[in-house]
Design a protein around this ligand. Structure first.
Ligand code: NAI
Length: 329
C-alpha cells in the first residue's frame, strides 16, 4: 500500500477521495492542517504527500520530506507556485492536476463579473429585506466592451469564448501567444490602456509577481474592472486598494488574494481579521471576494480525485507520468 498524507483536507476533499481510500494500493490519511515546516513531521511513515494551493513547500520542507522518506508530492491543483520545484528537482517527484475543470474557473470568473457589474450582490441583500428600490443599482453591459485576457491557456480560452458570447471584443496578452480566432494579441501596456475589463488566467511566476501595480494601474482606463481567479500575487493588493479608493478602478472581482493562506478556507466570522487591506477591500461596495472557490464544482472535484490517484499510481509503479512538474522541461 502507498501511504498518502493528505494535507489541508476539507469535507469535500474527503468525500471525493474516500472512495479510493484503501483500494488500488493506496491508503490515505486526512490531515486538516496545512503542510508547513511546523507540520512536516506528520509525514513520518508515509510514502507521499497530497497538498493544495496554500501548503508551503519550500527548500526546508523538501529536505525534511526527503529525510522522512517521502517520494512524491502530489498537488491536487494546477498551480504549483507554493512548491519550490527547482529545489525539488532530482530529490522528490512533483505531480499536479493540470486541468480538472477549466470550465469551473472560467464560469466563476464570469459569475463574479456579472454579479459585480449588474450589482446582483446588492439587490440580493436588498430584496431579502423587502427593499425593492433600484437606486444605485445601475450596471453596464459587456456587449461591445473590450475584455483584456492575460493568459490564454485552458481557462483563459474558455473565458474568452464566454465573453465572445456576450459580444465583447477580446484582446489578450500571453507569454506564448497562440492563434485564436477573434483574439488580438497585444503587449501588456496596450492591454492595460485599452481594456474595460481585465481578467487574469496565467500562472504566478517571479517575473509577473505584482503585474498589477501602482505603475500599471496608472496606464489603465478609468473605471476598469479587474478579475483575478488566478493567483493573488499577480496583484499588489495595496496598489489595488488605492486604485479603488481613487476611483481609477471601477470594480474588483477577486477569487484569490496574495495573503489568502492566512485566511481562506477558514471561518473567521467570530474574529477580528488582522489584515487591514483585506478588511478594507471587503468593505468597498465595488469589491467582490470569493475565497478561492472558482474550482469548486462537483465535476472538478471528481476530476481532481481521479487524476491525483492516477498520478500517484503511475509514479509508484515507476511509470512515466504526464502530469509531472519538471522545471527543466
Ligand atoms: P494553462 O497552463 O492552460 O494556461 C496558462 C497560460 O498562461 C498559458 O497560455 C501560458 O503561456 C500563459 N503564461 C505563462 N506565463 C505567463 C506570463 N508571465 N504572462 C502571461 N501569460 C503567461 O493554465 P490554466 O489551466 O488556464 O490555469 C491558469 C491559472 O489559473 C493557473 O496557473 C492557476 O494559477 C489558476 N487557477 C485558479 C483556480 C481557482 O480555483 N481560482 C483553479 C485552477 C487554476
Amino acid at each position: 500500500m502507498v501511504k498518502v498524507a493528505f494535507f489541508d483536507a476539507k469535507d469535500y476533499d474527503e468525500k471525493s477521495f474516500e472512495k479510493y481510500n484503501g483500494k488500488n494500493g493506496i491508503k490515505i490519511k486526512f490531515f486538516e492542517t496545512k503542510l508547513t515546516l511546523d507540520t512536516v513531521s506528520l509525514t513520518k511513515g508515509f510514502d507521499a504527500v497530497c497538498i493544495f494551493v496554500n501548503d508551503e513547500v519550500g527548500p526546508e520542507v523538501i529536505d525534511r520530506l526527503c529525510e522522512l522518506g517521502i517520494k512524491l508530492i502530489a498537488l491536487r491543483c494546477a498551480g504549483y507556485n507554493n512548491v519550490d520545484v527547482k529545489y525539488a528537482y532530482k530529490k522528490i517527484r512533483v505531480v499536479r492536476v493540470p486541468a480538472y475543470s477549466p470550465y469551473a474557473v472560467a464560469e466563476h470568473a464570469m459569475a463574479l463579473l456579472l454579479t459585480s457589474i449588474r450589482r446582483i450582490h446588492k439587490s440580493y441583500i436588498r430584496t431579502r429585506d423587502f427593499n425593492f428600490s433600484l437606486s444605485g443599482l445601475t450596471g453596464f453591459e459587456i456587449h461591445g466592451k473590450t475584455v483584456g485576457v492575460v493568459g490564454t491557456g485552458k481557462i483563459g480560452r474558455i473565458f474568452i469564448d464566454i465573453c465572445k458570447g456576450f459580444g465583447a471584443k477580446i484582446i489578450a496578452y500571453d507569454k506564448y501567444p497562440a492563434d485564436i480566432e477573434g483574439v488580438e494579441y497585444v503587449d501588456l501596456d496596450t492591454l492595460w490602456e485599452r481594456s474595460d475589463i481585465i481578467s487574469f488566467h496565467c500562472p504566478l511566476t517571479e517575473e509577473n509577481h505584482h503585474m498589477v501595480s501602482e505603475e500599471s494601474i496608472k496606464k489603465m482606463k478609468k473605471g476598469v474592472v479587474i478579475i483575478n481567479t488566478s493567483r493573488g500575487g499577480l496583484i499588489d493588493s495595496e496598489a489595488l486598494l488605492n486604485g479603488l479608493k481613487d476611483r481609477k478602478i471601477g470594480a474588483a472581482c477577486l477569487d484569490v488574494y496574495e495573503e489568502e493562506a492566512s485566511f481562506f478556507f477558514k471561518d473567521f466570522s467570530g474574529h477580528i481579521v488582522n489584515d487591514d487591506i483585506l478588511a478594507r477591500l471587503i468593505s468597498l461596495p465595488n469589491v467582490i471576494i470569493s475565497s478561492h472557490q472558482a474550482f469548486l464544482t462537483d465535476e472538478a472535484l471528481e476530476n481532481i480525485a481521479n487524476t491525483t490517484i492516477d498520478n500517484i499510481n503511475k509514479c509508484f509503479a515507476g511509470e512515466k507520468c504526464d502530469n509531472e512538474v519538471c522545471y527543466t522541461c
